[in-house]
Design a protein. Structure first.
Length: 409
């Protein structure tokens, strides 16, 4: 029996200026057939399988081109609006709409980060906090066994002979092990999926937010307007608790269109952690990286194409404190091929906010980093004369560099 073909309906996505976060995928619906938002494949079909095959067949080069063009147009649009040039702003809005708008960008972004292409950055985070996850997973069975023993002991009694009156007393209970640490509370900012590697049974509780929700498990809200844990209205609490152990900021900071906004986003992350004065984390030992002098920037020696010479660089710093922490992921060229940002400069910025680098990893496409937060480190940084203001300043000159920048003032 011949299958019926459905006609695709073209829908135009409204263009908005997004100031923070990364828009998630707006998957084509089966009723509309999804259209041909990336210009690949033939006539659309209502088959979910067909849509998935088309999506997976999109070339990596094409997705990169789509993402790069969208970022360029967004930056130009942001500058035009800031300058009050309504004519140019309208022209750029039309260009964004003609290129597919957010729907095209979202599809390309999600395909590029799909697990099939090894783009699920949450797997790196899970690997880096493995010790914290293991201690929670291994403690749960012990807790359950202890609870069963306590229930059995409390229900068993015996008679003590020799007293004037027979008395029943509960058996002496064995000393139980201390309760396991609670699951890690993770806030994933700019979430694309509810089924990534962060879901670890008995070890994590994940709250996901984004400007545009793609699933019922993702709250639609701007992180820059997200209620703080200590909000007097109580809106900042989650599951009857305040704050988070881990914040994930994966490929979100680079979507913020201006350098000041990126700095404000980094500063805001420090307001969402649980009380960092109590150290409930596990200890790991690793060779420490050479400490850099405060206020000293080191020029970047990577090639002008923005790709790291080695396929994979992974470094670890020493320290017993691993929580609370921030997981930060940026495109490799933004930190290895920028005129205004290098790994050492990012380290200075993060140190001024109270962060200490624990893990870094650079691949051909992405730069991953894990930072522990301690407000006392920020105080110490200021006392010792560390830099606290970071204007736009060229520190890595050279032809072919990009202009990615983070400003702290």
């Amino acid at each position: 029996m011949a299958s019926k073909k459905s006609r695709s309906k073209n829908t135009s996505a409204s263009t908005k200026s997004l100031k923070s976060g990364r828009p998630p995928l707006l998957l084509p619906s089966s009723s509309s057939g999804g259209g041909n938002v990336l210009g690949v494949g033939g006539p659309s079909s209502t088959s979910t399988t067909t849509t998935a095959q088309r999506t997976s067949s999109i070339s990596s080069r094409h997705t990169r081109t789509v993402i790069r063009r969208h970022h360029t147009l967004q930056k130009r649009l942001s500058r035009a609006r800031a300058a009050g040039d309504s004519g140019l702003a309208r022209q750029l809005e039309l260009e964004l709409e003609a290129s597919g708008g957010l729907a095209t960008y979202q599809l390309a972004s999600t395909v590029g980060q799909s697990a099939e292409r090894g783009g699920d950055s949450s797997r790196v985070l899970v690997q880096w906090i493995k010790d914290e996850l293991d201690v929670r997973r291994k403690s749960r069975p012990c807790q359950q066994r202890n609870q069963k023993d306590q229930d059995r002991n409390s229900s068993t009694t015996f008679v003590i002979a020799g007293d004037d009156d027979d008395q029943t007393r509960p058996k002496k209970q064995k000393s139980s092990s201390p309760p396991p640490p609670p699951p890690l509370r993770i806030l994933e900012i700019g979430a694309l999926s509810t089924t990534n590697a962060l879901n670890v049974v008995d070890a994590t509780q994940v709250r996901r937010i984004d400007l545009r929700s793609s699933a019922s498990g993702i709250e639609e809200i701007d992180f820059m307007k997200f209620p703080l844990p200590n909000d007097p209205t109580g809106k900042g609490s989650w599951k009857n608790q305040k704050g988070y152990d881990v914040l994930s900021l994966s490929l979100v900071l680079n979507y913020v269109p201006d350098a000041h906004g990126r700095g404000e986003m980094l500063k805001r992350t420090t307001l969402f952690f649980t009380d960092s004065t109590s150290d409930s984390s596990t200890s790991t030992s690793a060779p420490a990286l050479e400490n850099k002098d405060r206020n000293q920037d080191v020029p970047d020696d990577e090639n002008v194409n923005g790709l790291v010479d080695l396929d994979d660089l992974d470094t670890t710093t020493s320290g017993s404190k691993s929580l609370p922490c921030l997981f930060l992921v940026l495109p490799a060229p933004t930190i290895h091929n920028s005129r205004y940002l290098t790994p050492s400069h990012l380290d200075l910025i993060m140190s001024s906010l109270g962060y200490t680098a624990r893990k870094t990893k650079t691949t051909q496409k992405l730069h991953y980093s894990l930072w522990t937060y301690d407000p006392t480190e920020k105080d110490r940084w200021v006392r010792e004369g560390g830099q606290t203001v970071f204007p736009k300043k060229e520190i890595n000159p050279g032809a072919g560099r990009n202009n990615f920048c983070i400003i702290i003032d």
